[in-house]
Design a protein around this ligand. Structure first.
Ligand SMILES: CC(C)(COP(=O)(O)OP(=O)(O)OC[C@H]1O[C@@H](n2cnc3c(N)ncnc32)[C@H](O)[C@@H]1OP(=O)(O)O)[C@@H](O)C(=O)NCCC(=O)NCCS
Length: 172
């Protein structure tokens, strides 16, 4: 079943509670909610979108600028509350966030997560392999928003500090 009235919109300060609820219900813990709360008002560029199904908060996604050899963002967290899963809310959020990144001139997005889920969008771990980060491994993936931008590139990635306080079991 799909949500027949799904809307995606950028979040504002009035959405803090809704983001907290969506993130903590989706992950079954508060860590990702706290990560989003720490990152959204902080200096690096963030893109934060809330999905609403029939007006009810259903999902949230956050992209945050990282230091990398190209203009890049980290995708994390991505959350869809159990009630609205398998309705392509997550897919719609990911596509919307990637489009926002593209339209603002970003070149690549990195994510730590489920390979099967993210590969459908074009993320691949081989694209992320040459980059150094604490959570490097098979579940660490990248997508080129600007085609070819990661070819021949390598080096260290630097994420905003709150990422390092999160364990890597869920994804970031
Ligand atoms: C992972 C999550 C965001 C997926 O949200 P969702 O809105 O249910 O996903 P979608 O409906 O867009 O799923 C799209 C497709 O991916 C599949 N899919 C869903 N979750 C998946 C997963 N974890 N692994 C692989 N495939 C998955 C769906 O079956 C669907 O397949 P279809 O296109 O053949 O129908 C959601 O389950 C969630 O919030 N989980 C808890 C938090 C989490 O793990 N976040 C991601 C961290 S990397």
């Amino acid at each position: 079943m799909l949500c027949d009235r799904l809307t995606i919109r950028p979040t504002g300060p009035e959405d803090t509670k809704a983001i907290h609820k969506v993130e903590s219900e989706a992950y079954g813990r508060k860590d990702e909610a706290l990560l989003a709360e720490a990152l959204i008002p902080a200096p690096p560029v963030t893109f934060s979108f809330l999905a609403e199904c029939q007006g009810k908060p259903a999902g949230h996604i956050l992209l945050t600028e990282i230091e990398a050899p190209v203009r890049a963002l980290a995708l994390a967290p991505l959350a869809v509350v159990p009630e609205f899963r398998e309705m392509h809310v997550g897919t719609t959020l990911v596509r919307h966030a990637l489009e926002a990144a593209r339209s603002h001139g970003f070149e690549a997005v990195f994510v730590l997560g489920d390979n099967m889920y993210y590969e459908r969008f074009g993320f691949s771990s081989s694209l992320a392999d040459p980059f150094r980060i604490k959570w490097q491994g098979k579940r660490f993936m990248a997508i080129e928003i600007k085609p070819g931008c990661l070819a021949g590139k390598s080096g260290k990635l630097d994420y905003p500090e709150p990422f390092y306080n999160l364990d890597g079991t869920s994804g970031h």
